[in-house]
Design a protein around this ligand. Sequence first.
Ligand SMILES: O=P(O)(O)OC[C@H]1O[C@H](OP(=O)(O)OP(=O)(O)O)[C@H](O)[C@@H]1O
Length: 204
Amino acid sequence: MPLPIDVRDRELRAPERFDIGAEYRADLEGILLSRAELEDGVSRLAAAVTDEYRGNPDFYPVCVLKGAMRFFVDLLREIDLGVPYSEGMVYSSRYQSGPTTQTPAMEFFQEEHLSGKDVLLVEDVLDEGYTLSALRERIEAFDPASVEIATLFDVASNRQVDVDPTFDGFVLPDGFFVGYGLDYEERYRDLPHLAVLDPAVVDG
Ligand SMILES: O=P(O)(O)OC[C@H]1O[C@H](OP(=O)(O)OP(=O)(O)O)[C@H](O)[C@@H]1O
């Protein structure tokens, strides 16, 4: 199956059918992608990234914290370029206490290492696009050789600014997703599946 995998029309499955605790199940409307389906998507992305960067010591994957942490580790575990390369990370958040901002708060680690590198921004979800647009602009100021994007999830219908991923895992419908790094008020990142949160949890 070619990437991205479009799951916009897929039906949710009942949380009771999955190996998750009752404390979680009560808060979920349903499961869109199981752990096994996520693993398969990550493997396909890893193969595509490997094909593109094989033998390139300037490959510089950057983890966009915190949401992409799990995806980043799982992706890199399956990438073997045959040469040593280095890795970076950036903390980025649009959702500080207070209203959502278009420009994320961001903090790079070792941004001087970006110069001359073939940067791959590794993101859990590309939604409105403000985050990756701002990150890319900031990275370009450090004179990298190239900047590409790998996202596991893509809510393409929500895009507000022009950002296209080079490596795109799953195209999602609009919805409030949690799991595999995605959170609601910092909870549910640890859920191994991708689920839709029950609106009652958000509405209180
Ligand atoms: O395309 P956008 O509409 O800008 O949204 C996508 C961003 O939102 C989430 O991060 P968030 O700011 O919630 O921080 P987190 O990674 O710590 O959850 C997600 O991890 C992306 O970085």
